[in-house]
Ligand binder design. Structure first.
Ligand SMILES: [Zn+2]
Length: 283
């Protein structure tokens, strides 16, 4: 299956290609991710963060892409433009708070020469595919500069210096938002897919932007030994779990339930049978 802008997010393409978002869903709970992929379960998910992300990304893609995003309608015929409005204020059109914040982030980024020269001048939303140990993966690069040997990704966060945690060696350790949200894993995968598709080794760069007032804009490079190790860890995580996840998607292995998410709690087959309080799994 050849991936295009039209079918990239289709379920059929996710049955053939793994993606970082699907991988992360499976890491959270295989049973829930599998049921959703098979169309057996529709989770209640706040779509606002996704809309905000697309609002910002399409702005820097092109005026046409931004208009197309605003006009796009869902299955019920409601446009994104309408979804962005605060419904409690009927007299005039007022944006919901999340989109007002998004506008300040856009303003902050658009005013930054470094950001505009690097991210702004790149090819946007470039679809890449490749294989990791024989398993097919897909990715979408926010902004690609093959001429500079770099690719860029915008990541918004409440606070770029906030405390985040990663579960390692049996305990929670403090870490940055980059590792906590698995962005190192995404950057490592994208670097590999870009290399497979174009034959050029590119360095990832994250433009982190905080949802504070005023927002902070941070350029995060992966050039130091420490950051290269983090990328290595990311790819190692993919290699460790991808085979089982692919086998579950292909119906060759059974999904494991986490026992505590909405889906597992709704299915008695994924209920925990705990023998003592010390065995209770913690999130
Ligand atoms: Zn679960």
């Amino acid at each position: 299956m050849e991936l295009t802008d039209k079918n990239y997010y289709d379920k059929a393409s996710s049955l053939e290609y793994l993606s970082v978002s699907l991988f992360k869903e499976f890491m959270k709970c295989e049973a829930a991710a599998h049921a959703e992929l098979k169309g057996e379960w529709l989770p209640e998910r706040d779509e606002t963060p996704l809309l905000v992300g697309n609002y910002i990304h399409s702005y820097f893609e092109s005026p046409e892409a931004h208009e197309a995003f605003l006009d796009r309608k869902d299955a019920k015929g409601v446009s994104n433009r309408d979804k962005m409005l605060n419904k409690r204020i009927k007299k005039e059109k007022v944006l919901k708070k999340d989109f007002k914040v998004a506008d300040t982030l856009i303003e902050r980024m658009a005013a930054d020469n470094n950001f505009m020269q690097l991210y702004g001048a790149g090819d946007k939303e470039v679809i890449v595919t490749g294989e990791i140990n024989g398993i097919k993966w897909k990715g979408k690069i926010d902004s690609l500069r093959l001429d500079l040997g770099k690719f860029f990704d915008i990541k918004t966060n409440k606070d770029l210096h906030g405390k985040n945690w990663v579960f390692k060696d049996g305990r929670n350790l403090p870490t940055t938002f980059v590792e906590a949200y698995g962005y190192h894993l995404q950057m490592a995968l994208y670097r590999e897919l870009i290399f497979q598709q174009f034959g050029i080794s590119c360095e990832p760069v994250i433009f982190g932007v905080s949802k504070q007032d005023p927002p902070e804009l941070m350029t995060i490079h992966f050039e130091t030994e420490e950051m290269q190790d983090l990328l290595y860890d990311g790819l190692a995580t993919i290699q460790e779990y991808q085979e089982h996840i692919k086998a579950v998607i292909d119906g060759k292995e059974e999904p494991r339930g986490c026992g505590m998410c909405d889906y597992c709690r709704s299915k008695s087959s994924f209920a925990n049978n705990i023998y003592g309080a010390l065995d209770i799994p913690l999130r």
